[in-house]
Design a protein around this ligand. Sequence first.
Ligand code: LMR
Length: 405
Amino acid sequence: TEAVVPLAPEDPLFGLMAAYRKDTFEKKVDLGIGAYRDNNAKPWVLPVVKKADDIISKDPDLNHEYLPIAGLPQFTSASQKLVLGADSPAIKEGRVTSLQTISGTGACHLGGLFLSKFYSPSKTVYLSNPTWANHNQIMSNVHLKTAQYPYFSASTRGLDFDGMISALSDAPSGSIILLHACAHNPTGVDPTKEQWKQIAAVMRERNLFPFFDTAYQGFASGDLAKDAWSIRYFVEQGFELLIAQSYAKNFGLYGERAGCFHFVAGPSASAQEATKRIGSQLAILQRSEISNPPAYGARIASLVLNDKDLFALWEENLREMSGRIIDMRKALQSKLEELKTPGTWNHITEQIGMFSFTGLTEKQVLKIRADAHVYMTKNGRISMAGLNTNNVDYVAQAIDKVVRE
Ligand code: LMR
């Protein structure tokens, strides 16, 4: 083996994070990884998480026993309701089976593994171009083929809707289509409701299989139900589908790896029985890979999701995060416009969620890193949460400079 294992490149995103940490320049700015920061560029433990943590740590019955293979039942059932809606007929009719996973990555992986083993119409997953870098390797690792559908239009810096629809129309029947439920990573560009309806219509007509990734519920609009609209619409339309759900961003539980995978069957007479069979197979996959999921993050999220007052506080915390990001979008755009930086910058406020796809080229990204110590991914994506009232002018000036060079 020694001779045949080639050296792999460092993960671009975590490599960027390490480079930022090493940088000793005082005014350095981290716009790399998608993790929320407060106005002092510090990680933010959500007040509701602190509260939940306090309650859990005082629980005299707390122990470190194994969770069930499918995870904490109160957590998975609350997660279903959060994403599908508390009154979802799919839940009431027993058409949903859910497993707690190692955050969104684990949920994508479990879904991919399941498709790879049990889904026969196709072994190809279509990913948006561009998409979260990890989607590609997660799907390849479970031996699914990947293909792309156009998503982002470089000229409008918005959705390439025609390109997307035409690729979906051409995809072979049965193909798996990975969709970002909201706050698309990396572009910050989402389809409108009308566009989602057309996407669903084409997918129905072409018999395509939806796999939703939802890592930013509450971050796009600040409203949890609104951010789940696309998924709920597809379920309403009777699709059988998969959902990978992450609590990393909306609870700030990044390192605790709290997430959930859901299979939702369509409304057929045998749906309940099929859901049971599928749940049983998912449990075997889970057991062989992680045995059972980690408890701490799920305990926190579960406590909040199942308590009316804590839930309301969580919504407040979410609005604080999404509100601060919106303020930073406005501040960055207006500063660039004030500087008369060549180009148009309205896309910064038009894009939503945690990221903005600035349109900076790889060359400009590397230059701004070398000259101004502003760190962003090579595709020109910036994590808006890295901006604050102390550094936004500095970043705008650095962008202005690199664009003029
Ligand atoms: C990101 O895209 O920055 C985040 O989703 C972090 C990650 O794991 O890639």
